[in-house]
Write a protein that binds this ligand. Structure first.
Ligand code: URA
Length: 431
């Protein structure tokens, strides 16, 4: 088949800071998915996009082309409105786990396609797989059955959804081209728009443990995604939230499931509960649902826990099986008494990853029990030799590298010193 364009002309245009036409963009994404544009050509174009950017029209067309590479899901047969949440990822960010059943308990349908962890940020599917028997891969028919029975489903995106993004994301990951706003925004939004949700709340993280550590860049990413979603007919809004300190008191797969169960039982750490409730209220508002029982009450009275248990068993999970516990433990203690002034999310995330909670490359197995328990957070008073962190792993030879990553991961100062940290919500962006 004769091709409409030559990849080298498109690469050269972006290299020279020219705008790509709609036809050029459509062809490039389609030809790459078909294997006509080679990986080395696409790598070069991605780097030119990272360096020279794209305007709003180009980003929107690139997103449309990625959606068109696969199927578009449809939930019109459901008797409830659909709303989804997407987080750009962070350390200890287990919010999807209590949030999806909570929002379902309050009357919306939540089709939550989630991912696995790569690098220092954890993945929702890895966390759920620490529950005995739970399965992440569902056919579209199975997914529909779970959402009809339970109101929420959390599962992996099928191979048919935005296949262009799967190929592009794998290439970006090994070519230093992940951190480009046009590429991140189009990657996330192509999957969310193809997923067919009627509304979407984005939780764009900022701070050391996030993809983007500068709040200005995080807000720009949030605004770009909100515009893409609304232009495609998905009611989209975003919160830019703090990821300078880990969320909650656990980082790691089974450890985070344990904390989720605490939240669903009406307890749990205050930051996790606060963010879960903020996002639940945003999601319900986005689809115009005024729940008879408030999200705060649905956590306290067991309604959200009931949906969780139903959802887990509908996907083969054993709610009553004990969660994995790592074989080995070691403790990191306070070297002085005083106030805990800081705790670096990135360093804690890297240490948990080195303990086996995350993977070095795609496809590797993760340890269900590995991770870190946090016993004090910034603002807490601590005494010398008090345990601040407990490290968990199945392989004790992982401790040295994890402890190395934790150098300078927290600081202790005088009792009267002021803690400098980001507020939980930095900005709210609506279309
Ligand atoms: N998550 C995605 O799905 N894509 C990106 O580019 C970054 C994070």
């Amino acid at each position: 088949m004769s091709e409409r364009f030559a990849a080298v002309e498109i690469i050269s245009a972006k290299r020279d800071k020219l705008e790509l036409s709609n036809e050029q963009i459509e062809w490039t994404v389609d030809a790459y998915t078909r294997g006509v544009v080679a990986d080395e050509q696409m790598s070069s174009l991605l780097m030119a996009i990272l360096l020279n950017g794209m305007n709003d029209r180009e980003i929107s067309k690139w997103t449309d082309a990625m959606i068109a590479s696969g199927e578009k899901m449809n939930w019109s047969m459901l008797d409830r409105l659909t709303v989804d949440k997407h987080s750009t990822g962070g350390v200890g960010d287990k919010i999807t786990l209590p949030l999806a059943p909570l929002v379902a308990a309050c009357g919306a349908a939540v089709p939550q396609l989630s991912g696995r962890g790569l690098g220092h940020t954890g993945g929702t599917l890895d966390k759920l797989e620490s529950i005995k028997g739970w399965k992440a891969n569902l056919s579209n028919t199975e997914m529909l059955k779970v959402i009809q029975e339970c109101g929420a489903v959390i599962c992996a995106a099928g191979a048919g959804l935005a296949p262009a993004d799967k190929k592009l994301y794998a290439l970006r990951d090994v070519t230093g081209t992940v951190e480009a706003i046009p590429l991140i925004a189009s990657s996330i939004m192509s999957k969310k728009i193809a997923e067919g949700t009627s509304a979407l709340v984005l939780d764009v993280k900022t701070g050391s443990g996030a993809f983007m550590s500068d709040p200005k860049n995080s807000a720009l990413l949030a605004r770009t995604m909100v515009n893409l979603g609304n232009a495609a007919g998905v009611k989209t809004r975003a919160l830019v939230t703090a990821m300078d300190v880990p969320l909650g008191l656990t980082v790691g797969n089974a450890l985070e499931i344990r904390e989720t169960l605490e939240v669903l039982a009406g307890g749990g750490p205050s930051d996790v509960v606060e963010l879960t409730l903020l996002l639940a209220n945003e999601m319900l508002d986005a689809v115009g649902i005024k729940p008879k029982v408030s999200p705060a009450d649905a956590l306290k009275n067991g309604m959200a826990m009931d949906v969780w248990r139903k959802m887990i068993s509908a996907q083969g999970g054993d709610n009553d099986a004990a969660l994995a516990v790592a074989r080995e433990k070691t403790e990191i203690k306070a070297t002085a008494s005083g106030k805990l002034l800081s705790m670096d999310a990135k360093k804690i995330g890297v240490a948990a990853w080195r303990l086996g909670a995350g993977r070095q490359k795609q496809g590797e197995a993760v340890q269900a029990g590995a991770g870190i328990e946090i016993h004090a957070k910034p603002g807490d008073l601590v005494v010398k030799d008090q345990t601040i962190l407990t490290l968990h792993t199945d392989e004790s030879n992982r401790f040295d590298r994890a402890v190395e990553a934790l150098t300078g991961s927290f600081s202790i100062g005088g009792k009267d010193e002021v803690v400098q940290r980001l507020p939980l919500v930095i900005e709210r962006i609506e279309g």
